[in-house]
Design a binder for this molecule. Structure first.
Ligand SMILES: Cc1cc2nc3c(=O)[nH]c(=O)nc-3n(C[C@H](O)[C@H](O)[C@H](O)COP(=O)(O)O)c2cc1C
Length: 189
């Protein structure tokens, strides 16, 4: 599915996004637009990468009626395009795989950032592992800040069973999940 072109200029200053950023763990049922999804993918991908080797793979777990124009499923994300990888609304299964952090199932979309370490370790050896972990931090922070700029919320999730997340998403063996980031309109408590 093609997505609208991401915007290269935003409505709020970077300082405001940094100031407002916090982890949000309550989401309303409101769906996201294809433009919002596109913007978030762009932000997640527009990051520095050691040796420009780009070891990260971005997946989106999209619920039923949760993103304009997209069926429920797991999608592979590129700038301007998502490709269905596994059909079905898998948000509950994903939340269970994340130590039952059930707010994940409330979010219309969860990004799963996975890494193919070998792309970086092939050149940098053992040291490549730390480079990959640094890069996922860049991607995660960009998603946090882009969410704030779009009036959305997210939280970085590191607590999950790797094998379960991999199996829920049907990830290829070499794509190891590092971060899960549920995204939606934040609902204040
Ligand atoms: C590596 C990492 C893993 C995290 N894992 C989780 C998690 O599994 N569940 C969760 O609710 N928050 C998780 N968080 C979010 C932190 O709890 C949160 O960033 C911290 O409490 C500071 O709050 P703030 O983000 O609102 O500033 C994680 C954050 C990081 C950086």
């Amino acid at each position: 599915m093609l997505l609208p072109e991401p915007q290269r200029e935003g409505k709020i200053f970077l300082e405001e996004a940094i100031r407002k950023r916090k982890s949000r763990r309550r989401f309303s049922v409101r769906s996201l637009t294809a433009a919002q999804l596109s913007q978030l993918i762009w932000a997640a991908k527009k990051i520095p990468s050691a040796g420009a080797l780009y070891p990260l793979e971005l997946y989106a777990v999209i619920g039923k009626d949760c993103v304009e124009g997209a069926d429920a499923g797991v999608y592979r994300c590129e700038i301007g395009r998502i490709t269905l990888h596994k059909p079905g609304d898998l948000r509950l299964e994903l939340a269970s795989a994340c130590l039952h952090q059930m707010f994940i199932a409330e979010a219309p979309v969860s990004f799963v950032i996975a890494a193919e370490y070998e792309r970086t370790t092939r050149r940098y050896g053992e040291r490549g592992i730390r480079y990959v972990l640094m890069e996922v931090g860049h991607a995660g922070q960009n998603i946090y800040l882009q969410c704030e700029a779009l009036g959305l919320g997210t939280v970085a999730i590191g607590a999950f069973y790797d094998d379960e997340v991999s199996s829920v998403l049907n990830l290829p063996k070499m794509h190891r999940p590092l971060y899960v980031m549920p995204v939606g309109y934040a609902r204040e408590l």
